[in-house]
Design a binder for this molecule. Structure first.
Ligand SMILES: [Zn+2]
Ligand SMILES: [Zn+2]
Length: 420
């Protein structure tokens, strides 16, 4: 089993490789679900160290590193997709080290770094098999769209890969470079995305009685939706709701458009207590008010993009202890509850896990612009920190004799959880 010094030395030794690989990914970003070249490169790199990557159609890649003794299975995950954002060649202070060569597409969430770090972890661990159990590397397509992970989970479930624990790490531009933000219990919100069209009847603004203006219907729906937060959900359960876009077909003040489209999102931390009653009430209100106004409500989208992400308490303890031992107490801080969402929550509904953030904000480097913004940039010197953290956690988890208590897996498969 690798010692703390060996882990840090290995991460340092592979630092140049990791940075170079990340720059390759960064220069040739691919959008969610279209990561052909990225996936091919990941497989090539894993094969080069004797691993046998399995490509799961539309899902991504899985690779197993078998230890030299029987034991548990820990899954480490990285996402690999980019975003439809035109990257700014400068960060908050200066020119970036590396910029996307694809117009309108860029890695401004840091998934290029996640992928490069996990490949590096694979390179290091493939050469060292002196641990009990096995380590699964999982490269997930389409994290930003939320839809591709289902195929990986389906593959794991159908093929009975008995996963004992899960780990995921995201770089974070709000947190000082080199600090880990960790939290036990709920960390990130579940998210519903909705996009609904109300279909009425078009007409002249002077004769609303000859038309059926969907704006009237929408106003009533919006008022009713504002009320259900208090009516449907226990006030102790956090939930937010926003309508973010409203548009009609009308091009002039005196034209009543036939349709009105509205879209938004709901964020929550408890699937059964908050999400289910809220979404049920939402649909009832929309359908019944549309009916009362003789409009048709067309659901273009009404789906969860993630469930709440809950860090399991024993996994949290292992992470806290390991990170503190490797990096020191001052590098590990308590993170806040976040209303953003993360697809790893689906994996962590079936298997206990730990998800955390590693800070990359450094004003002297110009990093710190928010994720998904054009000026987003990373502190590449933190990759070795991230690589060492992955390895440290995986080995500590496999070595730990602690029985995971206090985890109830979702009762059903991924399709049940998605409500399909
Ligand atoms: Zn993102
Ligand atoms: Zn991300």
């Amino acid at each position: 089993m690798m010692t703390k010094e060996e882990i840090l030395n290995a991460a340092k030794k592979w630092e140049d490789f990791c940075i170079a690989l990340r720059r390759d990914f960064h220069e040739s970003p691919e959008l969610s679900g279209q990561e052909t070249q990225t996936i091919a490169r990941i497989c090539t790199e894993l094969r080069a160290v004797g691993l046998s990557p399995i490509e799961v159609q539309d899902g991504g890649v899985l690779a197993v590193i078998e230890g030299d003794a029987p034991g548990k299975t820990v899954l480490l995950r990285a996402d690999v997709d980019a975003l439809p954002v035109q990257e700014d060649p400068c960060n908050l202070l200066r020119k970036k080290e590396c910029v996307s060569k694809i117009p309108g597409v860029s890695h401004v969430c840091g998934h290029d770094c996640h992928a490069a770090m996990l490949v590096t972890v694979g390179k290091i661990l493939a050469a060292r098999r002196d641990f009990p159990g096995r380590i699964v590397l999982m490269f997930e397509r389409g994290e930003e769209g939320g839809g591709n992970l289902r195929y990986l989970i389906d593959y794991l479930q159908k093929n009975h890969w008995d996963i004992d624990g899960v780990w995921g790490m995201h770089l974070n531009s709000d947190i000082p470079a080199g600090k880990f933000a960790i939290r036990s219990g709920p960390l990130m919100a579940g998210g519903l995305m909705f996009d609904i069209t109300l279909v009425g009847k078009d007409g002249h603004g002077s004769r609303p009685d000859w038309a059926n203006n969907p704006v009237d219907c929408f106003q009533t729906i919006q008022t009713a939706l504002d009320k259900i937060r208090m009516r449907a959900v226990d006030p102790n359960d956090a939930i937010t709701f926003s309508i973010c876009r409203v548009s009609t077909e009308s091009q002039r003040p005196n034209i009543i458009g036939r349709t009105l489209n509205f879209a938004g999102t709901v964020r929550y931390f408890d699937l059964e207590r908050a999400y289910r009653p809220f979404s049920k009430a939402m649909r009832r209100i929309i359908d019944n008010i549309a009916d009362a106004f003789e409009c048709e409500a067309v659901y273009n989208q009404f789906e969860c993009i993630a469930v709440p992400l809950i860090n399991q308490s024993d996994c949290y303890e292992i992470a806290k202890q390991t990170l503190t031992e490797i990096f020191g107490e001052d590098r590990v801080v308590q993170g806040p509850l976040k209303f953003g969402s993360e697809t790893l929550s689906y994996v962590m509904s079936f298997w206990p896990g730990m998800y955390l953030n590693l800070g990359i904000k450094d004003p002297t480097l110009g990093t710190g612009s928010g994720h998904h913004t054009a000026k987003f940039d990373v502190d590449e010197s933190q990759f070795k920190t991230g690589v060492a953290a992955h390895i440290g956690y995986a080995l500590a988890f496999l070595e730990s004799s602690k029985k995971i208590q206090d985890f109830k897996p979702y009762d059903g498969d991924i399709w049940d959880l998605l409500g399909e």
